[in-house]
Design a protein around this ligand. Sequence first.
Ligand code: ZN
Length: 354
Amino acid sequence: MNAGSPTLRPRWVCRSWPAARFGTTVPGMVHAYPETAAEGTCPVCRAPAPPLAFVKNGYPMHRCPTCELVYSARPPQGEKLEALYSAQYFTDGGAGYPDYIADERTHRRQARSYLRKISKLDAKPGSVLDVGCATGFFLDEARKAGWTVSGCELSEYAQRFAERELGLDVVRAGFLDPHFVPRPESFDLITMFNVLEHVPDPTGVESKLANLVRPGGHLVIETWDPHSLFARMLGPKWPTYAPPTVLYCFTKRTLTHLFDPERWTLVSYRPAAKWISIDHGLSLLEYEARKRPPLARLLRAVRRSWLGRIDRTAPSTRSLVYPGAFGAKNGGAWADFIPRPARNTRWTWNTKSD
Ligand SMILES: [Zn+2]
């Protein structure tokens, strides 16, 4: 690795991360991107030519030395982006979900956890927009708690479930779609749970959010943090580095760059746990082990056994905390922001998950 180029290697982990060794599924792609290659400017802070950090799934991943953003320089757009979130993303495992709807109990449990955190802010139930709401389990739980709920979701599969099965007001749209135009300052709370890292234009998201949060309102964001212990231990093998679906990974510094201090104020920033099903956890491990067929087959066999589904069938069984079992600061964090008084708006963001 080029000694002069910034890398993601933590100072205390004695491993090397040659860019050409990791995560390549497209034959011949690796050699097209020398370690010092750079493409354009940083999508968040506009620093010129952030260097290549590693290659994952055949996609060159860059790390900005200024704002610490880790990103894929070639985000999919339009129909290509929509195609990534077809029914297969929610049912076929891989970097997605093995069966999102079958894990309803786990998703609802996570949703209630979010609502408990939100209740500790001074946010009383009002109007909430969940950006990238998937099948709407969070919105359904929020509705039960007294919120007036709405959402937007790019995936037709997920949006139809939210609308038809749960009767929710969910627009089929990406947040930045021109036809998705909510009234300015119409929400007391906007939530983005593990969504920001999937959207091709994070600065466009920040601009649109600033116009929608009502004065005194909140913005809650959960995303993954490449500075977390889990990410540092695994390096490029960290499952969250998953282009072309996960395009960006934000640290606290990145989010501070992205959310203009002239418009937003950080209230708090702390680790957060996330519940996932046993099947989902095993599915992610199987995906990461795909280059080791015997191990992948073993994981698949466990998934398909009673053990892989016990948390779906036995009500008293708990799901996994991902990746909380590995330590306190290993995946992400929760952070709260309020808007600058001049703007009289307020937001909360939640980054990292552990
Ligand atoms: Zn940057």
